[in-house]
Design a protein around this ligand. Structure first.
Ligand code: AHR
Length: 518
């Protein structure tokens, strides 16, 4: 099979916001406790934070991390996580049916963010709480000493304000599962008042209002229209979430389905970013509609602050989520073990965000450690990279610059999520300062290799300086504690620039990153 295309230096989409490669950490399962925080671990620092995990996060160059939830935040009292640890209360978490010691709170998390070189993005509880707690939380975190909340923060060891710029006004408030779930009008009114109040404190904050929890919600996309109607002038981003699942394969594998069925399911699974594409485009249209309707000069962008594959662990989590196991502290919850198929999926998702860099300014992989995460840990033991660590790593480290509008002609297939889905999913990023042009590409075909030729126009193209390939004979291959490097990238061979064209051959079911000096 062949695919041809062109990348022109001046056909740009937008400068990619570094925050596109953000992540998320929630007080959920072992994300915090025995994820980033494990005081008895041999690698723990003076604050009890695991050094091995911090290093894996540092390697990812994560620009921003959303915290502390998630569903958790909708019944969270931020005050429980400040002051002397010994005096902090253990609380029942109604979202995940667990208990939380509050050993980690905003101070510890801020210190960890400094250690790993990332920015903290905080979510406010607008489920069980409201305006006053939001105001007090922001004043505690960012207020000056000489005021009540600033002085309390100083008493707890931090005189200088944390200077947190990004604030999420609640989490998934459209979801009936959410503590304090609201209608679009109820939420829109509250979010608008909270935004006004936070702006009175500091005009420069970046405020993120809740959009839909997913594109299958009955209230989508009316939710966005109504919420934006209430809040348009006072917020900067609208938040979207989406989780990806090869649902058909869950049952097909258990039923011992044949290769043909499994391949069809994979084809549908790998076409899910068509749905993501429409979701982003629809919300972008809703933003534009609202802007025009209000005769506004203000811009609102999308914060895609929860995305990932999530389905491998759903069955095994039932007993805890149903409350049959009481209120365990930091149980193994949402611990998806990712496979090679998920590498291809994550590659396609990240390509979609790059192609929408004009409107998606923030995106957070959900989550970062242990809970539906690229990094796994064993208490007292190793930390390792899941399969999906790699496409996230390549995009975050090498996908900084300007997204290019690629023109690609490739054969395609019909799927549950869209017709004529091209077998090659590709994005390109031009880093003018660094003098590189980087392509991220996925071959979705089960059996055929794809010969790709991209004309490099407007560039003085040099040579291929880096080429990484991920393939595996088994789509369901995983990295585990006992086999941590089963699925890893290898150096690619054969990608070259000739006569102004990039030429690369992509094996069936493969992910590739190709970097060209320009
Ligand atoms: O990331 C796991 C959960 O998914 C989050 O708590 C919630 O916001 C979403 O439904």
């Amino acid at each position: 099979m062949r695919a041809t295309g062109a990348a022109h230096k001046d056909f740009t989409i937008a400068r990619i916001d570094d925050r596109l490669y953000g992540a998320f950490l929630e007080h959920l399962g072992r994300a915090i406790y025995s994820g980033i925080y494990e005081p008895d671990h041999p690698s723990a620092d003076g604050n009890g934070m695991r050094g091995d995990v911090a290093q894996l996060v540092r390697d990812l160059n994560v620009p921003i991390v959303r915290y502390p939830g998630g569903n958790f935040v909708s019944a969270y009292n931020w005050e429980d996580g400040i002051g002397p640890r010994a005096e902090r209360p253990t609380r029942l978490d109604l979202a995940w049916h667990t208990s939380d010691s509050n050993a980690v709170g905003v101070h510890e998390f801020a210190d960890w963010c400094e250690t790993v070189g990332t920015e903290m993005m905080l979510a406010i509880n607008l489920g069980s709480r409201g305006l006053d707690e939001a105001r007090q939380f922001v004043e505690y975190v960012n207020g000056p000493t000489g005021s009540y909340w600033g002085d309390l923060r100083a008493k707890h060891g931090r005189a200088a304000p944390f200077g947190v710029r990004h604030w999420c006004l609640g989490n998934e408030m459209d979801g009936p599962w959410q503590v304090g779930h609201k209608t679009a009008d109820e939420y829109g009114r509250l979010a608008s008042e909270v935004a006004k109040t936070l702006r009175a404190f500091d005009r420069s904050l970046e405020l993120i209002v809740c959009g839909s929890s997913n594109a299958d919600m009955k209230t989508y996309p009316e939710w966005e229209r109504i919420v934006l109607d209430h809040t348009y002038e006072s917020v900067d981003h609208i938040s979207l979430h989406m989780y990806f699942a090869n649902r058909e394969n869950e049952t097909a594998l258990a039923a011992g389905a044949g290769e043909e069925t499994l391949a069809r399911n994979t084809a549908n699974y790998l076409a899910l970013n068509e749905k993501l594409d429409r979701y982003i485009a629809t919300v972008q249209s809703t933003i534009n509609y609202t802007k025009a309707n209000k005769r506004s000069k203000h811009d609102v962008f999308i914060s895609f602050d929860e995305w990932n594959v999530w389905y491998h662990s759903r069955q095994q989590d039932r007993a805890i989520l149903d409350g049959n196991k009481g209120w365990p502290h930091a149980p193994r919850l949402l611990e998806d073990i990712y496979n090679f198929e998920d590498v291809l999926q994550v590659g396609c998702i990240l390509n979609t965000f790059i192609r929408h860099a004009d409107v998606v300014r923030i995106a957070c992989i959900a989550q970062l450690v242990n809970v539906i995460a690229p990094i796994m840990t064993e208490p007292g033991g190793d930390a390792w990279r899941q399969t999906i660590y790699y496409p996230y790593y390549f995009a975050s480290v090498f996908g900084r610059g300007t997204a290019l509008q690629l023109q690609v002609n490739a054969p395609g297939y019909d799927s549950l999520h869209g017709d004529n889905v091209p077998y090659v999913d590709i994005s390109a990023v031009h880093d003018a300062e660094g003098g590189t042009l980087t392509f991220f590409a996925v071959n979705r075909h089960a059996t055929e290799k794809l010969d790709v030729k991209v004309a490099l126009q407007g560039f003085e193209a040099g040579t291929v300086i880096d080429h990484r390939v991920m393939t595996h004979a088994d789509l369901r291959a995983t990295n585990t504690l006992g086999a941590q490097r089963n699925v890893t990238p290898r150096k690619g061979r054969g990608a070259r620039v000739a006569d102004g064209d990039l030429r690369v051959s992509m094996p069936p079911y493969s992910y590739q990153m190709i970097r060209v000096a320009v």
